[in-house]
Design a protein around this ligand. Sequence first.
Ligand code: 2P0
Length: 349
Amino acid sequence: MADTKIHRASTTAPVNIAVIKYWGKRDPKLNLPTNSSLSVTLSQADLRTHTTASCSASFPAGDSLLLNGQPQDVSGARTQACFRELRSLRAKLEKQDSRLPALSKYPLRIVSENNFPTAAGLASSAAGFAALVRAIADLYQLRESPMDLSLIARQGSGSACRSLFGGYVMWDVGLEASGADSKAVQVAPAEHWPEMQALILVVSSAKKGVSSTTGMQTTVATSSLFPARVASVQQRMEEMIAAVKERDFESFGRLTMRDSNSFHATCLDTEPPIFYLNDVSRAAIRVVEGINAKAGKIVAAYTFDAGPNAVIYFEEKNASAVAGVFKSRLSHLEGWAGKGEGVTASATE
Ligand code: 2P0
């Protein structure tokens, strides 16, 4: 009898915010980076993508994807690469066991919801592709590990490979031209550093002006500062891993802020220049500088992705000195007052 059943699996994936940034591809087709990166996974209670993948022989031909209720184009090379790799792993299982339904041949229907602004520099593509890959892998009952799946998610969006794990996650630059070793690994689980918190200042939920993909390609092609950044990032990576392992917040914070500034410096050095930070972002930097000066040490660390929103890391014991000060200082600024909102996320889970 024909299989007309609807097969379905649902999952969620968290947002990750890099403290050592990915910016630059050595292979744009395979999303192979120019340097390793490291991120902190945010709590899914606050920021996450929820995705349901279904497939059925009874669906009309063609794969589809709905994001926040809007149909998305799935014909792009990145989405296609994810679908192709996952189908091929499922087809292998079906070949080994002929009793399995031929899900690899059925049209896929993906439905995703973000509980945060899409494409506003809040790593939406990271959680989005990670959830898409995991939902289809679950639907297909694949046995691949999160590390194996990270190789697939990376092809959807580079930073997505880091959203398949909780805690502190490194994406290894890898050496191979095939990309087979450019995967994500967990450096430490969330429980390792439960004191870590993140305050997210949503300065603007508008879609960003220059997409990360275009921006980083232009930086690689035109910035003379960029090679210096790549040359220094590996050393910073090693120091960051040590800081996480030792729960050394001062080193973690110093390296986080240095790396964010180095990344935005290469953006400004790009032709034409890319401005992700705005006046509210710069005000947030000054507030962090003030908090740290008052404490006499680094108790708060800012980082900015491809947009003006700030993520401030701090330890729970300094919550009132950091989150409290932010709320009182920034509330008078235009762009923050009214539409600005702060989300305090437990940094990891
Ligand atoms: C990061 N960003 O490490 C850096 C910091 C933005 C600034 O990863 O082209 O959306 O899809 O591989 O992953 C954003 O880049 O780029 C990003 P693609 P992606 O989080």
